[in-house]
Design a protein around this ligand. Structure first.
Ligand SMILES: NC(=O)c1ccc[n+]([C@@H]2O[C@H](COP(=O)([O-])OP(=O)(O)OC[C@H]3O[C@@H](n4cnc5c(N)ncnc54)[C@H](OP(=O)(O)O)[C@@H]3O)[C@@H](O)[C@H]2O)c1
Length: 247
């Protein structure tokens, strides 16, 4: 467990380094990492393009799946398969881009049997987020009979998984993407319609024709504003990202 590899970001850039456990942030449990996803935030963290990391040096990686190899808490024992997603991992606590990850036990979730570590991270934080959008929208009264759900940033991680998850839950999905070449893939994932951002008419009125029973937006900005003007009465918009910027 000592002398393992980790990607660490310093003020002057990211480097692959050899570390010892004592150099990781504190926690009751040590996980031998099997997989970690590469999320939007991770790219911002590693390239330094966004203020994601709260201190330097820091190991990025906002999620991880693997096996418990040390446990100071009887809720998890050695050999158990676990995952962590979010909770500040890879932002203010050393994250998943390392062979070993040490975390507070309260952040950990047991991986259900039937799901591999690889599958858990393929779904990852993006899949978890898209699923939470569905759960929250249904808590708020959404159901498939109300009409189509617009999914924005459709070719991205959150968008693609949201198309898959909402279509499998019985919703009619309209995918909005900037990439015409992705249209066929988005249809295969479950989109009934594909709209291109280049062909979108934003309109100028405070309320435009109500088209969507709900929406999952990971882009923000003008797109989110347009969604608020085109969603049906009582429709729900899950606003879960700002890939298009904050304005
Ligand atoms: N991944 C996660 O676990 C997660 C969790 C919670 C929140 N979020 C947030 O959700 C947003 C998207 O994350 P993601 O992981 O899905 O990212 P991603 O895989 O990089 O996808 C972002 C997508 O947004 C669209 N987009 C539109 N304007 C863009 C612009 N100016 N720059 C970049 N992309 C643009 C693009 O899709 P089209 O061309 O198809 O429109 C792009 O593929 C981010 O703000 C992220 O912080 C992500």
């Amino acid at each position: 467990m000592n002398n393992f590899k980790a990607l660490r970001v310093h003020e002057d850039g990211a480097r692959l380094e050899t570390l010892g456990l004592e150099e990781l942030d504190a926690g009751e449990v040590v996980i031998k990492a099997a997989y970690s996803g590469i999320n939007y935030k991770d790219a911002l963290a590693v390239t330094g393009k966004g203020k994601i990391l709260r201190r330097f040096p820091m190991i990025p990686g906002i999620d991880v799946a693997g096996e418990v190899v040390e446990s100071g808490d009887d809720r998890f024992s050695i050999g158990e398969r676990v995952l962590v997603t979010g909770c500040g991992l890879g932002e203010n606590h050393d994250g998943g881009f390392a062979e070993y990850v040490r975390v507070p036990v309260d952040w950990m979730v047991a991986i259900p049997s039937g799901l591999s570590e690889r599958e858990a991270m393929a779904l990852g934080t993006a899949g978890f987020t898209a699923t939470m959008a569905l759960v929250r929208m249904e808590d708020n009264g959404s159901n498939p009979s109300q009409g189509p759900i617009l999914i924005n940033g459709a070719s991205g991680g959150v968008g693609s998984l949201a198309i898959d998850i909402f279509s499998k839950a019985g919703y009619s999905v309209t995918a909005l993407t900037g990439k015409a070449e992705q249209a066929e893939r988005l249809r295969r994932l479950g989109a009934d319609e594909v709209l291109l951002t280049s062909e979108l008419e934003f309109g100028t009125r405070p309320l435009e024709r109500a088209q969507w029973a709900g929406a999952v937006d990971s882009v923000g900005g003008d797109f989110l504003a347009w969604l608020t003007r085109t969603v049906q009465p009582w429709g729900n918009i899950a606003a879960i990202g700002l890939a298009g910027g904050m304005l």
